[in-house]
Ligand binder design. Sequence first.
Ligand SMILES: Nc1ncnc2c1ncn2[C@@H]1O[C@H](COP(=O)(O)OP(=O)(O)O)[C@@H](O)[C@H]1O
Ligand SMILES: [Mg+2]
Length: 243
Amino acid sequence: MTTPLVEIQGARKVYEHEGKRLEVLKGIDLTINAGEMVSIVGPSGAGKSTLLHLIGTLDMPTSGVVRLDGKNVTSMSSSAVAALRNRTIGFVFQFHHLLPEFTALENVMMPGMIQGGISRAVLTEKATKLLREVGLEHRVTHRPGELSGGEQQRVALARALVLEPKLLLADEPTGNLDTANSDAIHALFHELNRNHGTTMVLVTHNVDLARSIPRVVTMRDGSVERDEVVETHNAYGATPPSS
Ligand SMILES: Nc1ncnc2c1ncn2[C@@H]1O[C@H](COP(=O)(O)OP(=O)(O)O)[C@@H](O)[C@H]1O
Ligand SMILES: [Mg+2]
């Protein structure tokens, strides 16, 4: 039996705003198994980013339970959650958040430098290999300002993978890119899912990307409106989940 990588049960998220209660997530149940590739779609304001933050343990639900890799994060200390997050999850956001004064290679190495316990030589080798995988072997010594938007996002993707996370979370990862660069990043997501078995949850407005992913979770007004395994239409060779 597979242990779910992510298990969310009855998650509600309520914000207090100017004396008003705003229920942004209204009881979410969602299970994601290891190796799955899932997209989260839905209109702006539906709660997609809020849900992704719960999955990523960047935020906690007002009530309900979030389990990551079998551990109930809603009952753990914040430092224990941070440690679990750092060794389990990689993040890619709409804006790359690369450090401008460091090279592409150094940016990819950064999570390992911060975590410690990995030799510089090993980290350099890993980061170099990942930059090659995302097609940037000729850009390792470039700083972010010397890279195109698409290249910056590929560096961010390599950085998210350097600690070999079980789970990659992306929030509108191609929201800021033109079609050609979006397509290249989409192909990379599929390739990385295939080659590394990395579980992926991608929030996207991009219809092509959503249609290429075998499981689509549609959110509306704080609830999961649909959660379906779809026939994929893509050139990336993704296979639907077997469960
Ligand atoms: N910190 C916050 N305080 C109050 N309301 C918030 C906060 N964060 C998000 N919201 C509200 O929650 C709703 C869902 O937001 P979000 O998850 O970002 O939606 P989506 O990513 O689907 O566009 C929106 O109406 C947003 O305004
Ligand atoms: Mg959002």
